[in-house]
Design a protein around this ligand. Structure first.
Ligand SMILES: *Cc1c(COP(=O)(O)O)cnc(C)c1O
Length: 388
C-alpha cells in the first residue's frame, strides 16, 4: 500500500485490473467470484456493456454544466425514480451520506417551519447512515463515532425493530420531526425486522405528523426483490434515500421526497456542484431502465432464495451457525463467534465476501449472477464454515 494514501482502510495487498459480470481478475491473473459487488454497488455486473456504452457516448457529448442550468438527463432520471417509487421529487448528490444529509436537512427545516426549535430525529441501534458528521451521529455504532465528538445535536436512539420504544420516546419528546431507519440494516449485520415493522412505524409517524425517512442506500435499486424495500410493506415514506446500486459504479445518490417533504426546500436551502450531473444521471437512468426491463428485482428474489435455501441445506445442522437471513440478494450468515478471518480464506478460494459486525458473513453479489455462480457461492461459503 502506498504511504500516499490516508490510513483509513485495513486492506489486503490485492488490486483488480479487470471485471466481467460477477467476476474480477487481479493483477496476477487470478479470477474471483465477486459476492460483494463493491459493497452492493455493481448490481448489473462489472463492465456491463450497456452501461459502458452509455458512459462512453455521454463522455463525448457533455459531462458537467452545474445545477445553475436545467439538466435534461437529471429530469429524466427524477421522473423515472418518482414514477417507480410513488414519491414526488428528487435531489441528487454523489453518495449515500449526502443523500441522507439532504433528508435530514429537509426534516429539520420542516420542523423549524412548524415552530420546533430543536428538531430531533429518532434513529436506531446498529444503524449505518454514513461518515459525515450528521450521518455518523445518526449511525448506531460507537466505532464510527468515537473520537469525532462533539457529535451533532438532534438525534435520539431507539432499539431496532421495536415500535414500542419509539412510541415511548414520543410521549416524552415534543421535538421529534422524523424517524430515520434502514428497512433492513446492512452494516449492522443484515437485520430483517418483523413483517409489520414499517407499517406500524408509518402509522406512528402519521399519528404524530413526523416524517418517515427511509435509508435505502443499500436496500434500494432492486437489491431486496423490489425496486425499493418499502414497496413490500405497502407503505410510502415521506423521504427515501438511495445510492449504492443506482449508478452501477458511477457515484450518485438521491433523496426522494413526497407530499409536505417535497415542498420544504426553496432555492438557496441546499445544493451540490457535482450532484446530478449529466454523466451520472445518464448512467443511472440506464441502470434504472435496465433493472425494470430485465425484471432484475424478481431475479434478485429468485436467486437470493436459491442461495439461502442452499446455505440452509448445507449449514443448518452445524451448531456454529446462529442464523441465515436476508431478503433478495442481501444475505447474512451469522456465526457464533468472530469470523473476520473468513474474508482472506474465501479470497484464497477465489470468492470475495465481507463480514459485518465481526460475526456475520455478508453477501451482496451482483443481481445478474447465474444459478451456477450462486451455487458456487454456496459451495465455497459452506466449505469454509464447515472447516471452522
Ligand atoms: C453505505 C451506506 C451509507 C453511506 O453511503 P456512502 O455512499 O458511503 O456515503 C448510508 N446508509 C446505508 C444504509 C449504507 O449502506
Amino acid at each position: 500500500m502506498s504511504d500516499a494514501i490516508m490510513n483509513t482502510y485495513g486492506r489486503p495487498e490485492i488490486a483488480f485490473k479487470q471485471g466481467e459480470g460477477a467476476w474480477l481478475t487481479d493483477e496476477s491473473g487470478k479470477r474471483y467470484l465477486d459476492a460483494l459487488a463493491g459493497i452492493g454497488v455493481i448490481s448489473l455486473g462489472h463492465a456491463n456493456p450497456r452501461i459502458a456504452e452509455v458512459i462512453s457516448q455521454q463522455a463525448t457529448q457533455l459531462l458537467h454544466t452545474s445545477n445553475l442550468y436545467r439538466i435534461p438527463a437529471q429530469e429524466k432520471l427524477a421522473e423515472l425514480l418518482t414514477s417507480i417509487s410513488g414519491m414526488d421529487n428528487a435531489f441528487f448528490g454523489n453518495s449515500g451520506a449526502e443523500a441522507n444529509e439532504c433528508a435530514i436537512k429537509i426534516s429539520r427545516l420542516h420542523g423549524k417551519q412548524n415552530g420546533i426549535d430543536n428538531p430531533t430525529i429518532i434513529v436506531t441501534d446498529a444503524s449505518f447512515h454514513g461518515r459525515t458528521l450528521a450521518t455518523l451521529t445518526a449511525t448506531g455504532s460507537r466505532k464510527v463515532q468515537a473520537g469525532f465528538e462533539p457529535l451533532v445535536n438532534g438525534f435520539v436512539r431507539a432499539p431496532f425493530n421495536d415500535v414500542g420504544a419509539i412510541r415511548s420516546i414520543a410521549k416524552n419528546n415534543s421535538s421529534i420531526v422524523a424517524v430515520m431507519i434502514e428497512p433492513i440494516q446492512g452494516e449492522g449485520g443484515i437485520n430483517v425486522p418483523d413483517e409489520n415493522y414499517l407499517k406500524e412505524i408509518r402509522a406512528l409517524c402519521d399519528e404524530h405528523e413526523w416524517f418517515l425517512l427511509l435509508d435505502e442506500v443499500q436496500t434500494g435499486n432492486a437489491r431486496t426483490g423490489s425496486y425499493f424495500n418499502y414497496q413490500q410493506s405497502g407503505i410510502l415514506p415521506d423521504l427515501v434515500t438511495t445510492a449504492k446500486g443506482l449508478g452501477n459504479g458511477m457515484p450518485i445518490g438521491v433523496c426522494l421526497a413526497r407530499g409536505k417533504a417535497a415542498k420544504v426546500f426553496k432555492p438557496g436551502n441546499h445544493g451540490s456542484t457535482f450532484g446530478g450531473n449529466p454523466l451520472a444521471c445518464c448512467v443511472a437512468a440506464a441502470v434504472v431502465e435496465y433493472i425494470q426491463e430485465n425484471k432484475i428485482a424478481e431475479r434478485a428474489t429468485e436467486v437470493g432464495n436459491r442461495i439461502m435455501d442452499g446455505l440452509r441445506e448445507r449449514l443448518s445442522g452445524l451448531n456454529n451457525v446462529v442464523d441465515i437471513r436476508g431478503k433478495g440478494l442481501m444475505i447474512g450468515v451469522q456465526l457464533d463467534s468472530p469470523c473476520t478471518d473468513l474474508v482472506a480464506k474465501a479470497m484464497d478460494k477465489g470468492l470475495l465476501i465481507n463480514v459485518a459486525t465481526d460475526n456475520t458473513i455478508r453477501l451482496l453479489p451482483p443481481l445478474i449472477i447465474s444459478d451456477e455462480e450462486a451455487d458456487q457461492i454456496v459451495g465455497i461459503i459452506s466449505g469454509l464454515v464447515e472447516e471452522i
